[in-house]
Ligand binder design. Structure first.
Ligand code: GLN
Length: 310
């Protein structure tokens, strides 16, 4: 029997971590993200039996950013199969910042080390089936609607435009990948798909639900329908453990010990087999790009409720 973390208890834990936001900074390399209040804070838990609790400013919308990398990977694996995807993108953690170009130069033939860093995620976006960028983004949105059972989830066009205009580093990664035959599509088109997937607006409720579906071996919580094949959900969760928190994935595995993926908007999604999904939102980031309060809250919950998978 799990000792459930209800809304009141969760509010209490949020109060404990609120002040940690002062130790970080809101991402400003994407202009639209810099406008957020660093002290916004929300969390949600979706248990596998459908019980759901939320606390803090749970109506806050924030963009998926890098959390979208897990979702696009799941869709690209469904579309193309493991062999195709992993012929183009590797399975190893890097220890480098998420937008680093450094390792691309070191491997011949060139292959991004994993799908959770930008180079790998850009290659994955290129693999999503669809004749046009609109069709690819539309398929990704439909997939999210299925995962969350929320048809209202859509792209925040303001954030997408802001990132697209200023994505010089991601453009360079894409030109490099194009030169080396890792991506088939056009550079600007692939960037458009990627920036749109990163700019999908969610709240902690939808994010916790996605985490719970991954924890439920890819099955819808209510109907039991298999949305993501079990073995593919397992691959995604394994990447969340080894690479989900960028170059802090090792310390996160030791201190928290659960599959999780963060994004520079300040969201973190955790997915714990036999438990469910946890989402935290706090836009103040540490130097690696992870939500400071997100990391801290998950650390506290993991220790208090014995959530580590190790
Ligand atoms: N859209 C962001 C980027 O490519 C996502 C990065 C992140 O969340 N780490 O820079």
């Amino acid at each position: 029997m799990i000792d459930k973390i209800d809304t009141e208890t969760l509010e209490g834990w949020l109060d404990n971590v609120r002040s940690f936001a002062d130790a970080g900074r809101v991402a400003d390399y994407i202009p639209a993200l810099s406008e957020r209040d660093p002290h916004e804070l929300a969390a949600a838990i979706y248990y596998l039996d459908g019980d759901y609790y939320q606390a803090g400013e749970s109506d806050c919308c924030f963009t998926l950013q890098s959390i979208s990398k897990v979702i696009s990977l799941a869709l690209a694996l469904i579309d193309n199969g493991e062999e195709y995807v992993f012929n183009r993108v590797g399975m190893e953690p890097t220890g480098d910042p998420f937008h680093s170009i450094y390792r691309l130069e070191q491997h011949r033939p060139s292959k991004p080390l994993n799908p959770m860093i930008n180079a790998g995620a850009l290659a994955v976006s290129d693999m999503i089936h669809g004749h046009t960028t609109e069709e690819k983004v539309g398929r990704l949105l439909s997939f999210l609607h299925e995962l969350t059972d929320d048809q209202s989830i859509k792209v925040n066009e303001g954030v997408a435009a802001s990132e697209f205009e200023t994505a010089y580093l991601n453009r360079s990664l894409l030109y490099y990948l194009k030169q080396h035959g890792v991506i088939n599509g056009d550079v600007e088109d692939t960037l458009k798909v990627y920036t749109h997937q990163c700019s999908i607006d969610v709240n902690v409720q939808s994010l916790a639900k996605i985490g719970a579906v991954f924890a439920n071996e890819g099955r819808d919580l209510k109907s039991g329908r298999q949305i993501i094949p079990k073995h593919l959900a397992k691959i995604c969760k394994t990447f969340m453990v080894t690479c989900g928190m960028y170059d802090a994935s090792g310390s996160f595995a030791i201190k928290v010990g659960v599959p999780a993926k963060s994004g520079v908007s300040g969201g973190v999604m955790a997915s714990i087999n036999g438990f469910g999904g946890i989402a935290v939102y706090g836009p103040s980031l540490d130097e690696k790009g992870n939500s400071v309060v997100g990391f801290k809250l998950l650390e506290i919950l993991s220790n208090r409720y014995d959530l580590s998978i190790f």
